[in-house]
Design a protein around this ligand. Structure first.
Ligand SMILES: [Zn+2]
Length: 191
């Protein structure tokens, strides 16, 4: 007997990659001026694809040797990253003073353990912040805002037709408070 069909709703790597390329492009445009003025100026060129960006997030979590980077990448992205991308990228980062390495024994071998320098960490913090901003711009239009408390509703929410208009709330309690406030406001104007 065949195993039951299990649907998967995972976003494919291609989707993420395309999306990311788009975001990176916008990101480059957004602060082209700022980038040319800093020492790490053309870093945007270096991280113009998802793989490099992801390698930075791995390094940001802590020191790692090349093989660990490859392994973590595969585990999280569900796709292999080529050593011919990882190692030259690490070298470029090192040349720019964003990454440094120390040789440490790992098992029976000696391995280069890479870690971000202070400057590298600062660059990543800035980069992640910019990335997060772009992502929130991308998802913002699909969010509802609760008519009562103003909080953003990512999922679900509560809708009710009030005075002929469909109104969105985060929850039924907010809808209740909203109606109460309206009632009070009406009473006040009638006086
Ligand atoms: Zn609310």
């Amino acid at each position: 007997m065949s195993s039951p069909y299990v649907p998967t709703y995972q976003i494919s790597f291609r989707d993420i990659s395309q999306e990311h390329l788009y975001l990176c492009e916008s990101l480059n445009k957004l602060d082209a001026t700022m980038a040319t003025e800093t020492k790490t100026g053309n870093i945007d060129e270096l991280i113009s694809d998802f793989s490099r960006f992801y390698i930075l997030t791995i390094l940001y979590e802590g020191p790692a040797h090349g093989y660990q980077i490859l392994r973590r990448f595969k585990k999280r992205v569900k796709k292999e990253v080529s050593p011919s991308l990882v190692y030259p990228f690490l070298k470029q980062l090192e040349t720019k003073g964003l990454v440094k390495h120390t040789v440490k024994p790992v098992g029976e071998k000696e391995r280069k353990v890479f870690e971000l320098t202070q400057e590298g960490r600062e660059l990543c913090t800035g980069l992640f912040k910019r990335f997060a901003d772009l992502v929130s711009i991308a998802i913002e239009p699909s969010l509802y805002v609760c008519a009562h408390c103003g909080c953003k509703v990512y999922e679900g929410g509560y809708r009710e037709v009030i005075e002929g208009k469909e109104t969105t709330f985060c929850c039924i309690h907010c809808a209740h408070s909203y109606k109460e406030t309206k009632k009070l406001a009406k009473k006040a104007t009638q006086k």
